[in-house]
Design a protein around this ligand. Structure first.
Ligand SMILES: Cc1cc2nc3c(=O)[nH]c(=O)nc-3n(C[C@H](O)[C@H](O)[C@H](O)COP(=O)(O)O)c2cc1C
Length: 176
């Protein structure tokens, strides 16, 4: 029962950081499948858990914030899948300096839609070390709803953040 890691991208950053996440899980000996583009992923229900990631391109939009294939997938494919009680963790890539009022907003949309599908959401993180003003990826308690990465301004942090997050997800039972 593997964990699947699904992403989508416009310019490749989400694929890069998704690669760090898969690499970190494999290095820790965890049962994880290879990285997959969401629109090409099949039999998603078979995974024991999911890690899902998106960039943000549609700045300030209420929905379809990623500007990638997630936008259609979330509203056409996801509602037809049975993912009830599936453990899911979200990651996002964004730019906290140029888009500081909307940092990683699409990650918040992934969180909301998977939660609505009945999934058990894991992997919340602190905002310490980030410099944004606002984000739709924030939970009411002030934490991010997953792992946020910034390849435009803090790319040197991404691998370390991915490693630490995988340890956290292991502790939270995503790979159990
Ligand atoms: C036109 C444009 C709009 C963007 N809007 C946002 C945004 O609202 N929030 C954010 O965090 N990043 C925003 N970004 C930054 C991208 O999300 C960031 O560069 C990301 O790493 C791209 O990921 P990708 O290469 O996987 O597509 C924007 C970038 C551009 C060029």
């Amino acid at each position: 029962m593997k964990v699947g890691v699904l992403f989508s991208t416009s310019t490749g950053n989400c694929e890069t950081v998704g690669g760090y996440i898969v690499q970190a899980a494999k290095a820790a000996g965890l049962d994880v499948d290879d990285l997959k583009e969401v629109s090409e992923a099949r039999e998603i229900e078979k995974y024991s858990g999911l890690i899902v990631g998106a960039p943000t391109w549609n700045t300030g939009a209420d929905s379809e914030r990623s500007g990638t294939s997630w936008d259609e997938w979330l509203y056409s494919d996801l509602p037809s899948l049975n993912l009830k009680d599936k453990k899911v963790a979200v990651f996002g890539v964004g730019d906290q300096i140029s888009y500081g009022d909307n940092f990683c907003d699409a990650a918040g949309e992934l969180y909301d839609q998977f939660l609505k599908a009945g999934c058990k959401m894991l992997g919340f993180t602190s905002t310490d070390g980030y410099d944004h003003d606002d984000s739709k990826a924030l939970l009411p308690d002030g934490r991010f709803c997953g792992l946020m990465l910034d390849e435009d301004n803090q790319s040197e942090e991404s691998e370390g953040r991915a490693n630490k997050w995988i340890e956290q997800l292991k502790g939270e039972g995503l790979f159990a």
